[in-house]
Design a binder for this molecule. Structure first.
Ligand code: CMC
Length: 428
């Protein structure tokens, strides 16, 4: 007799039945354990894009796409984004709990001190043409960390791993800011350890040589609180997102035994695509292409046309079939900060019109195509005057902590194996 927690497959060609255990999840869908399927049946399962496949078990992030729910270590994203800083979230994802005041202070200080990069890395960045996209430089520079900070990482050495984790989180904003400054052909600005993680990133992007900041009319420094708050929230919302394409890439590279730096460099490359993290930059490029509110309806029609491959950037999600909870947080933030953000440009009006039409149009409603995180982060970053080429590097800064923790989880999981899918061969 079949066990209760199992699923039976019947091969209707032979009438033979095969029983597979069902594994219990603490939240969300349970899974059928088909690891012995090929051995038992001589067949593979087929699931391009992994729409029905759990590739690992994980304790880090939980998503309920139907309800529009996202949690890191059990804590809801709204709570984390509105009541905690990005560094607290980094600590949570790394240690499984939020830090107390002293722990946060020590963590913050350590990251400030680790934010400097090896001088040799500057030469690498300088060797790129000025036309290089900051994402191209960033992924190469992160890969190069493996030669500047090489260690034969012993996963059992908590200390060694912790050092590498903190080094990566701390240095990524510096590498991103340097990549940007190089693309402008202007001198690099070193981190300032008097500044917080998020403020420092803005400072390294904007300061004049010698570290001087532009002073506003009221004599204030030109890094506004509103910018730090918005950017910190954006980092938190991007910190981890379960087994998405770039995380799956990081885990895949980890599975071969390659160094974490190169695994994360591969994750950065995967993120760059416009179906994934590159969408935030594409949102603005698309709004510019639309050009005027009066053109919106025609572009929405194009997005609906099955014979046209034009898609509305910043709409839809593989997992969220209800509003993306990260987008909800950003929409609220955008409304709350509306007085301080420059939200009156033609481009923002176009974004508002697209949002309005799409939320009420049958095509989008039926397919559950809501604005996603990239739609609102693109609009907010634009309104803050952040250069467009830095939108996806900002996603990278936020996501690095997720990638490194997913890497660690993969390594610690005794059931982990080299990623090696099979295929349905249809050739000669
Ligand atoms: N505009 C117009 N139609 C769309 C869109 C869109 N943005 N997204 C999906 N559709 C349609 C698609 O044509 C299909 O229609 P039909 O059933 O008639 O063939 C249906 O919706 C389902 O689409 P899909 O391609 O099967 O969905 P997917 O889960 O494979 O793709 C996605 C998800 C995010 C790649 C896709 O929605 C998309 O390309 N969106 C635009 C890019 C974007 O904003 N990406 C950022 C994702 S959120 C940040 C992140 O996590 O990286």
């Amino acid at each position: 007799m079949a066990k209760k927690n199992s699923m039976t497959f019947i091969d209707n060609r032979t009438g033979k039945s095969y029983e597979y255990p069902i594994l219990e999840a603490t939240r969300g869908p349970w899974v059928v354990d088909v690891r012995s399927f090929y051995k038992d049946t001589g067949m593979f399962t087929y699931d391009p894009g992994f729409t029905s496949t759990a590739s690992c078990n994980s304790e880090l992030t939980f998503i309920n796409g139907e309800k529009g729910e996202l949690r890191y270590h059990g804590i809801e994203i709204e709570e984390l984004a509105t009541q905690h800083s990005y560094l607290e979230v980094c600590f949570l994802l790394s240690q499984g709990r939020l830090p107390d005041k002293e722990e946060l202070h020590a963590f913050d200080l350590e990251l400030r001190h680790r934010s400097f990069i090896h001088e040799g890395l500057k030469n690498l960045i300088e060797s790129f043409p000025n036309t290089a996209h900051p994402m191209a430089i960033l992924s190469s520079a992160v890969s190069a960390l493996s030669s500047f900070y090489f260690e034969h990482l012993n996963i059992n050495s908590e200390e060694e791993f912790e050092q590498m984790r903190r080094r990566l989180i701390a240095k990524i904003p510096t590498l991103a800011a340097f990549s940007y400054r190089h693309s402008l052909g202007i001198p690099f600005i070193y981190p300032d350890i008097e500044r917080s993680f998020t403020e420092n990133f803005l400072y390294m992007m904007r300061a004049y040589p010698g570290g001087k900041m532009h002073i506003g009319r009221q004599g204030e420094e030109q890094i506004r609180e509103v910018e730090i708050e918005a950017l910190d929230t954006i980092f938190t919302l991007h910190a981890d997102h379960e087994q998405n394409a770039s995380t799956t890439t990081v885990r895949g590279v980890a599975s071969t035994g390659a160094h974490p730096y190169v695994a994360i460099s591969a994750g950065i490359s995967a993120l760059w695509g416009r179906a994934h993290g590159g969408a935030n930059e594409s949102v603005i490029a698309q709004l510019e292409m639309i050009g005027s509110v009066k053109n919106v309806a025609a572009f929405v029609e194009r997005a609906k046309d099955p014979d046209d491959n034009f898609r509305l950037m910043g709409f839809g999600h593989r997992v969220y079939k209800n509003f993306d909870p990260r987008a909800k947080v950003l929409k609220k933030l955008q409304d709350r900060l509306s007085d301080e953000l420059s939200l009156d440009s033609e481009l923002i009006m176009i974004a508002r019109e697209i949002e309005k039409i799409a939320l009420n149009d049958d095509y989008f409603v039926k397919r559950n195509l809501y604005p996603n995180i990239d739609f609102y982060s693109g609009v907010i970053l634009y309104a803050l005057g952040i250069p467009r080429s830095m939108f996806t590097p900002i996603f990278v800064i936020g996501r690095t902590v997720g990638w490194i923790n997913q890497w660690e989880e993969f390594k610690k999981d005794e059931t982990s194996k080299i990623a090696r899918p099979r295929q349905l061969y249809i050739g000669k």
